[in-house]
Design a protein around this ligand. Structure first.
Ligand code: PAF
Length: 278
């Protein structure tokens, strides 16, 4: 496995390997990332993983400084997972000058997580476009746990006609249902016991919709109050269309229930898809 820190070296290395598949990460890798790599590996001769904590996607009050950086352990995991190339640039390599050209996602960037984290999706889209230009993969894998991120990046690739296939991967969960996330490490022991409630709340909403309920507002309010009653500060529990994350119209059958809520100091997000029979 080659560990590369500079774009010029990356390009030289990948010239020999034009058939590559890409998994962008911010490091602090867990089983969820390993699943992305397992999906990537059979798709190309060369699997490239980037590790870069992207300041641009963090708000001024967010956890950029304390975001866990575990480079040595990450490299060991990646080597064991059979990754070919790790691209681990420092900030100067990605942003050698202030980034004044930015990728502005559609209005999608202002709803849900975008409303709670202004500028977040602009930062994500900008760094991912730069990384795509550096790696030139034929496909890239993104976890569906960050559902809105996946939709934003899928739309970016389509609208800029990038020759890259975006492949979504299912969320990996702990045995009690909690979606794996680097931010789970911020939870206290007590909060970790409470945390799976987020997924249970989503599953209940999913079951109700599958059983025919269509008063989504009631389902959303019920989910929000279930969380609030148990000490969470919910940003949203909401039923949306999978295609564009807008509110469903009558007859829409491919839905997703998304939630974001704070437990103590930790903000967790999760979602479940609901595919109704035609
Ligand atoms: O999902 C993440 O880890 C990040 O948002 C990404 C896609 C690596 C961009 O920094």
């Amino acid at each position: 496995m080659d560990i590369i820190h500079f774009v010029a070296d990356l390009r030289a290395r990948l010239q020999r390997e034009p058939n590559n598949v890409f998994v962008p990460t911010m490091g602090n890798l867990h089983e969820g990332h390993i699943q992305l790599i397992d999906i990537a590996k059979p798709r190309a001769a060369c699997t490239v993983v980037s590790i870069f904590v992207n300041r641009l996607q963090f708000g001024p009050q967010e956890d950029f400084d304390r975001y866990p950086r575990t480079f040595e352990a990450d490299c060991k995991r990646l080597r064991d997972a059979g990754v070919n190339v790790v691209f681990a640039p420092d900030e100067k390599e990605i942003y050698p000058e202030p980034q004044t050209f930015l990728v502005e996602p559609s209005d999608l960037q202002h709803i849900l997580d975008g409303a709670a984290r202004p500028g977040h999706f602009r930062g994500v889209a900008t760094v991912v476009l730069k990384l795509f230009n550096m790696v030139s993969p034929h496909s890239a894998i993104f976890g569906k746990k960050d559902y809105q991120q996946y939709i934003v990046l899928r739309d970016m690739v389509r609208q800029f006609a990038l020759p890259i296939e975006i492949i979504p991967a299912e969320t990996v969960r702990a045995p009690d249902g909690l979606a794996l996330s680097s931010r789970n490490g911020y939870l206290s022991a007590e909060e970790r016991i409470e945390a799976p409630r987020l997924y249970r709340t989503l599953r209940e909403a999913q079951a109700e919709i599958m059983a025919g309920a269509c008063d989504f507002q009631r389902i959303e309010l019920h989910g929000m109050s279930q969380l609030a009653d148990n000490g969470w500060r919910p940003d949203y529990v909401t039923v949306r269309r999978q295609a564009d994350l807008q509110k469903p119209a009558p007859g829409d059958r491919e839905l997703v229930v998304l939630a974001a809520a704070r437990l103590g100091k930790t903000r967790l997000i999760d979602n479940v898809e609901v595919n109704l029979e035609p």
